[in-house]
Design a binder for this molecule. Structure first.
Ligand code: GLC
Length: 549
């Protein structure tokens, strides 16, 4: 199967399934659920980082790229997992986090020792400027992006946490080191990589200050002068030599330049995913969160990206991942129309043009969780923002908590809800999981949904099976029919003789739509029972229908 035809499923290993009962998910836990994933119908599993890490950013700070994080298991477990995935006809891709490493990586330990150390240039060091940071860049996780290190009296750059020093891609030795590491995993049999903040690898070597009118605009870090050179080199030296897939996390990539990364003939990446519909989490959002996208704006994002990528490149589509709150809490109605809204959103995700990624738990409609105090959060981003905004006395805790309860990444990281038993079956009953379990597990869990024919889970299975036999969902063109409609998303997918109309009601109200009568319609998929003849033009709350004509 070509990767364009695949459906990806993202696993956040810490939260997926804990087999050894230490409160943290692990590789054996994933192995135990491979039949579940196969039965769901997904093709490619993407694992968030599984490597050795002190977990300042839950594995996105790697201290050894070729060792498995002990809490997740051993290399033997990994081999068994890979074999189990392949035996079921699925593929496995790993997270490639090479914009930065952990400060506990041996490269950095060496690098900080002296200016002459052979590893010095593996990282980005600069002398103080007028006694302070070399420029005014901010970190994603609050505070300046530079940290002073006593040992040599210089600053190192860290776009993320202090414990995530940025690697220096200007250094060819570092690049070769990364390529060797990629080959290590590819030779072991992995099927590709999701590439963390890939547009950040190249930085402007002059390290200019932010222009004051864009102060704090973190997208300025993206798309540096040598990024395409680096990716073409990586492609030539590594990716092109293997049968593998590459997916770029396209932070800071705008639609108009996306095909520089993924356009055919560019020899860079296979696909990229953008942030235009993600929840912004710059620090200020933790006290003044941006209002959720009204539907026309959301559609404009999808329209813009589809038009820009067109059939020249390819994109990876998603609603949820480990960096966003739960999609059904964003765009659905978790109280009155949980199942309807979760299945409506799935319908849209799986019918847009692009390779979709389903985030773990979205297939059962997992929701945001109520965090009652800052101590219940784990994420370095939310904790640092709290220090900067609340502990410093600038904003009241209540305001922060209200915002964090909307936008924090931990919403997506609460343990997977398998059963209606203590800890949702994620870990042994007596154990305290690393992050709180959403108390709604008693109603939202896999076991309950497996036996309910109309559940979110079973809808996903049916939809995935239907999509797989419908090439127009992969290769068909896309056209938004009602870009300005405030409640309905209606678009067409068209391939040769095959035409499909997807209509999704994003509101909790009945919404009328005059469907052209000149055409003979047949409902191919729907998340409600078939409408009465005379009610055909009314879309019920969060109803989604796929028509074929
Ligand atoms: C990416 C990851 C995110 C991580 C950051 C730093 O955005 O998806 O989880 O915190 O990069 O590695």
């Amino acid at each position: 199967m070509h990767w364009k035809e695949a459906i990806i499923y993202q696993i956040y290993p810490r939260s997926f399934n804990d087999a050894d009962g230490d409160g943290v998910g692990d590789l054996m836990g994933i192995i135990q659920k491979l039949d579940y994933l196969h039965d769901l119908g997904v093709d490619i599993l993407w694992l968030s980082p599984i490597f050795q890490s002190p977990n300042a950013d839950n594995g996105y700070d790697i201290s050894d790229y070729q060792a498995i994080q002990p809490a997740f298991g051993k290399m033997d477990d990994f081999d068994e997992l890979l074999e189990g995935v392949h035996r079921r006809g699925m593929k496995l891709i790993l997270d490639l986090v090479v914009n930065h490493s952990s400060d506990e990586h041996s490269w950095f330990q060496q690098s900080r020792q002296s200016k002459e150390n052979p590893y010095r240039d593996y990282y980005i060091w600069r002398a103080p400027k007028d006694g302070r940071e070399p420029n005014n860049w901010l970190s994603f996780f609050s505070g300046p992006a530079w940290e002073y290190d006593d040992v040599t009296g210089e600053y190192y750059l860290h776009l993320f946490a202090r414990k995530q020093p940025d690697l220096n891609w200007e250094n060819p030795k570092l690049r070769q080191e990364v390529y060797r590491m990629m080959q290590f995993w590819l030779n072991r049999g992995v099927d590709g990589f999701r590439m963390d903040v890939i547009p950040f690898l190249s930085k402007d070597p002059a390290f200019p200050d932010y222009p004051t009118d864009r102060y704090g605009d973190l997208t300025l870090y993206a798309n540096g002068p040598r990024i395409h050179e680096f990716l073409q080199e990586m492609n030539r030296d590594v990716l092109s030599r293997y049968d593998c897939v590459s997916i770029g996390e396209g932070f800071g990539v705008t639609a108009d330049i996306a095909n520089l990364y993924v356009g055919s003939g560019r020899n860079e990446l296979d696909m990229i995913y953008h942030f235009d519909h993600a929840v912004p989490r710059d620090e200020i959002n933790f006290v003044e969160p941006r209002a959720e996208f009204p539907l026309p704006e959301l559609k404009a994002v999808f329209d813009r990206w589809d038009a820009a990528i067109d059939d020249i490149g390819w994109q990876n589509t998603y609603f949820g991942n480990h960096d966003n709150p739960r999609v059904v809490s964003r765009f659905g109605d978790t109280e009155r129309y949980h199942c309807e809204s979760a299945t409506m959103l799935a319908t849209v995700l799986l019918t847009l043009r692009g390779t979709p990624t389903i985030y773990q738990g979205d297939e059962i409609g997992m929701t945001n969780c109520l965090f009652n105090s800052i101590d219940e959060f784990d994420d370095v981003q939310v904790r640092n923002a709290y220090e900067a905004l609340v502990a410093s006395g600038r904003y009241p805790a209540e305001q922060f908590m209200a915002a964090a309860n909307r936008i924090a990444r931990d919403h997506a990281r609460t343990p997977m809800q398998w059963f209606d038993s203590q800890n949702a079956g994620f870990t042994a009953a007596k154990v305290i999981p690393w992050l709180k379990v959403n108390p709604n597990y008693s109603t939202i869990n896999v076991a309950a949904q497996q036996v309910a024919p109309d559940s979110v889970l079973n809808y996903h299975k049916n939809l995935i099976r239907w999509r797989k036999k419908t090439p127009a969902m992969v290769y068909g063109t896309y056209r938004d029919l009602l870009p300005d409609h405030p409640a309905l998303y209606a678009f067409e997918r068209h391939l040769n003789e095959a035409r499909f109309l997807i209509i999704a009601n994003f509101s909790a109200e009945n919404t009328e739509l005059a469907i052209p009568e000149t055409l003979v319609w047949e409902i191919a998929m729907s998340n409600y029972p078939a409408p009465e003849i005379d009610n055909k033009t009314i879309l019920r709350p969060f109803e989604a229908r796929i028509y074929q004509y």
